[in-house]
Structure formats: structure tokens, C-alpha cells
Design a protein around this ligand. Structure first.
Ligand SMILES: Cc1ncc(COP(=O)(O)O)c(C=O)c1O
Length: 460
């Protein structure tokens, strides 16, 4: 999840550590620690009840930590704070969409509920967009599509539908932190499928096969990936689908950043024809659960729209999860978008090309000791040059002293004592989508400056 920059945010992250180190904390102690850490007014009363064990065992959202670091930076007009932390669109949606959102919001027809799966007009429009994204032989119909209040909710609803307390779900590491947090919150064990820089952070099908146990309920992929930016080749995605199919498991594939792939289709799993790497009997509805977000492609994260594409045979179960979490997704945005999607294709494509050009600029401008391990869609995953230091220490000083906000790999994977494990500690996520070209160049200049300013030992 992404956050606007909260001036008053205090260290919720530290709060978790301190709460976890006090398993016998009384509820009132917990609440007063919360107050103190969040900087809330002292007169606010404490609560007399305990929080749920599930929520207590779930990490707090990490991004506020990065913003807290940046509070120490003294920005000037000549040296502003440069934010490459958030995965948020850097531009507003087109005027036609803003106008349609305004009109739909003030239309009494938008005020009621709509069935769990959403506005039929938007579900039909999505089918057409999927034919553009995946090819004209895409075998998806309105009945396969459920509209959700954002893709995070799509993931939660799907997780609730396919797994329960004590079950296991395979999750590539580094992970998108809301996936790990959601699974933990639901009592589902995330099983780590590690990815490595030498493989360009692409997950291994054979390693994944070794992680499957009788408790496994799903395999998750995110492509293009958050946080690494790695875009998985269609063949790799097909092989994961084959593995899931053989093991009678769902492959949950979060394609929030799909439209930022500027080459060919992301994969051919929806094709009505034969798909390489897959058995002749392949029918995506038996195995695949696809997730998508309208937040990035259409620059409307605040309007909360995402979707699930899955077999209608799981609709009763999925609708149960959706009914209890959202009833329906926000209706004005659904009604506004439905007729506009085809006309927004040039805008979506233009954004993808601009972000791709910015990736090239970032790569060309980065000081030579900073190495890109993978990049694509919104993100670049970069190895910092400081010997023996965890990226959290580096990101902290970058935010505090040179005014660059970016996120350490420890926010996206297993941590020990607040640090990322082993080699992962060298990696930093930069979001190239939410800044303009000038800012990208300035960030790279400041990364060069800090090599001497920090006084730390550098790689050769
Ligand atoms: C991989 C991934 N999935 C889902 C989301 C959340 O999307 P939404 O705004 O639709 O909930 C994000 C947002 O950063 C993301 O990176």
C-alpha cells in the first residue's frame, strides 16, 4: 500500500519491534506505546482491550519509516527532497477521466450497491482490454471478471478463498510487502521462494517445486515485479503454470504493472490456442487466478479499483470473501471508466513509454559503483556500493543527509534484527515512475556525492 507523506508519522516500525519484544505487554501499555510512537495527543484515552494476535504478528506498513528518516532533511528551494520511494503515478489521469469521475460521482445512479463482481459494463470493457494486452484469441468473458476495491483487496479476497489458517502459500522473495502481511494476518504461512541477483531476480520453477508440501494451497507470482522490477519471460510464467497445474494448485499472478511492459504480451496463458510449456489439456480456468489494478495504468490509486480474473466455478466462494470485505467496489469509478477504457489506450501506452525512457536515463546517470540488478515497470533494484552495510543504514542517511528517499530491501523480505538477510542487505528499491526526468538526474548526482560525503568504505 502507498501513503501520502504524513508529517506527523512517528516510528510505527520501531513500535512493532518494541511490542514484539514485550510479549506480556498489557493492553494499556501497548496503547500508550502506540500513542507515544504515533505522536498522538496525550489526552487521547487508552483502550481496555487487547489487539488480535493475528494483527500483532503482522509487520506494520514499512513506508512511514522511510518518511520518518526524511524529516531530518533540511530541504531548500535549490535542494528539494527527492522521493523515489513510492510506487505511485507521478501524473494525474487524463482530463476525460477526471470529468467522467466527477460526473459519475454526482449521479444518483452511482449511489447504490452493485453485485459483488461489479458493474457489467466495466467487466465487459475489461474483457476487451485483455484482448489488447494478451492477444485477440484471449478466452476471457464477463463471467470470469470480478471488480474489487483495489488489487490489494483482490489479493486478500483470493487468499481467503483458497487458503486458511495453517495452510502454506509460496511467495517469491523479495516480496511485495502487502502480500506477506496479508497472508500472515490471515494465519497463512508464506513459504519463501528466494530469487537472486545473478538470476536477475527471476524465480526458479525447480526451486518452487521443492517447496510444495501437502499444506501448500497456492503459488504467487508478481510480474512485472514489485520490488525488483524484474519482468518474467512468458516461457517462465508458462512453466510456473504447468507446475501449478500438475500439483492441482492455483497460480495467483499479480499483474498490477502489466501495462508497463512495452514489448509483446506478458504471457499466453489466456490463449484459446496451444500454449508452449503447457499440456494439451491446459485450460487457464483450472489453474490461473489473475489480479490487476487500475491504480497504476490509469493513475487513479485513490479511487480503489482492481480486479480478479478466475473461473466462474469459484465465484460463490470468491463472492463470499468479496461480500464480507467490500460488498462491491466503488461504483462511480466503475461507471466512469467502463465507456472510456478504449479511448485511454494511447494514454496508458504513452505512460509506459515515458517510464521506460526514464529507466534508461536512470541507468545511464547512475554512478558506476551503483549496480542495477533488475529494472522494469515502476522499479529499479540497485546494489549500493558501501562495504558491509545494510541498505537500511544507507537509505536512512540518504534520506536524512542528502534528501533522497528510497526503500531498503529489508522492507521487502525476511529481516533479522531489523536488517535484511545476508546479500539482500545490499539492495535498494528506487521507483522511477513517480518522479520526472530532471529529478532522476538529480537523484543520481546526489548518489555520487554521498560516496565521499558519507565516509564509508566503498566497493572497488
Ligand atoms: C504488486 C502490487 N499489487 C497490488 C498493489 C496495490 O494495488 P491497488 O492500489 O489496486 O490496491 C500494488 C501497489 O503498489 C503492487 O505493487
Amino acid at each position: 500500500m502507498q501513503f501520502p507523506r504524513p508529517a506527523a508519522f512517528r516510528s510505527k516500525f520501531q513500535l512493532v519491534l518494541s511490542c514484539k519484544s514485550r510479549p506480556s505487554s498489557s493492553p494499556t501499555h501497548l496503547a500508550s506505546v502506540l500513542q507515544a510512537r504515533l505522536g498522538q495527543p496525550r489526552k487521547m484515552s487508552t483502550v481496555s482491550f487487547r489487539l488480535s494476535k493475528s494483527i500483532e504478528s503482522t509487520s506494520l506498513p514499512p513506508i512511514p519509516q522511510a518518511y520518518e528518516w526524511s524529516e531530518a532533511y533540511k530541504a531548500t528551494p535549490g535542494r528539494p527532497l527527492l522521493d523515489m520511494s513510492q510506487g505511485v503515478p507521478g501524473i494525474p489521469p487524463p482530463q476525460s477521466l477526471l470529468d467522467a469521475l466527477a460526473a459519475a460521482s454526482s449521479d444518483p445512479g452511482s449511489c447504490g450497491y452493485v453485485p459483488n463482481a461489479g458493474e457489467p459494463s466495466l467487466r465487459d470493457a475489461v474483457v476487451q482490454e485483455m484482448k489488447v494486452a494478451y492477444g485477440p484469441d484471449t478466452d476471457v468473458t464477463r463471467n470470469d471478471v470480478s471488480i474489487t476495491a483495489g488489487c490489494n483487496l483482490a489479493f486478500s479476497a483470493v487468499a481467503m478463498t483458497v487458503a486458511g489458517r495453517g495452510d502454506e502459500v509460496v511467495l517469491p522473495v523479495p516480496w511485495y510487502f502487502n502480500h506477506e502481511m496479508t497472508l500472515t494476518m490471515l494465519g497463512i504461512k508464506p513459504v519463501w521462494l528466494r530469487t537472486f541477483p545473478e538470476d536477475g531476480f527471476q524465480p526458479s520453477v525447480s526451486e518452487c517445486a521443492k517447496l510444495i508440501t501437502p499444506a501448500t494451497r497456492a503459488i504467487v507470482l508478481v510480474t512485472p515485479n514489485n520490488p525488483t522490477g524484474a519482468i518474467y519471460e512468458p516461457g517462465l510464467i508458462h512453466s510456473f503454470a504447468a507446475l501449478a497445474y500438475e500439483n492441482k494448485l492455483p497460480l495467483i499472478i499479480d499483474e498490477t504493472y502489466r501495462d508497463f511492459i512495452v514489448g509483446g504480451p506478458p504471457h499466453h496463458l489466456f490463449s484459446s490456442g496451444h500454449v508452449p510449456q503447457l499440456p494439451q489439456s491446459w485450460n487457464w480456468r483450472q489453474t490461473l487466478i489473475h489480479l490487476f489494478s487500475f491504480s497504476k495504468s490509469y493513475c487513479i490509486p485513490g479511487h480503489r479499483l482492481g480486479l480478479v480474473v478466475s473461473s466462474p466455478s469459484i465465484s460463490p466462494a470468491l463472492n463470499t470473501a468479496l461480500d464480507n470485505t467490500q460488498i462491491c467496489a466503488p461504483r462511480p469509478a466503475q461507471r466512469a471508466l467502463a465507456p472510456l477504457l478504449p479511448s485511454l489506450r494511447p494514454f496508458v501506452r504513452g505512460c509506459a513509454l515515458a517510464v521506460q525512457a526514464r529507466h534508461i536515463l536512470f541507468k545511464d546517470s547512475l554512478p558506476k559503483r551503483w549496480h542495477i540488478g533488475s529494472q522494469g515497470a515502476y522499479y529499479a533494484f540497485v546494489r549500493h556500493p558501501f562495504k558491509g552495510l545494510d541498505a537500511s543504514d544507507v537509505c536512512k542517511r540518504l534520506a536524512q543527509e542528502i534528501g533522497v528517499i528510497c526503500l531498503p530491501a529489508g522492507f521487502f523480505g525476511p529481516r533479522q534484527g531489523g536488517k535484511a538477510e545476508g546479500e539482500m542487505g545490499r539492495w535498494i528499491r528506487f521507483s522511477v515512475a513517480n518522479v520526472d526526468d530532471e529529478k532522476v538526474k538529480k537523484v543520481c548526482e546526489r548518489l555520487g556525492e554521498c560516496e565521499t560525503a558519507f565516509g564509508w568504505e566503498l566497493d572497488e
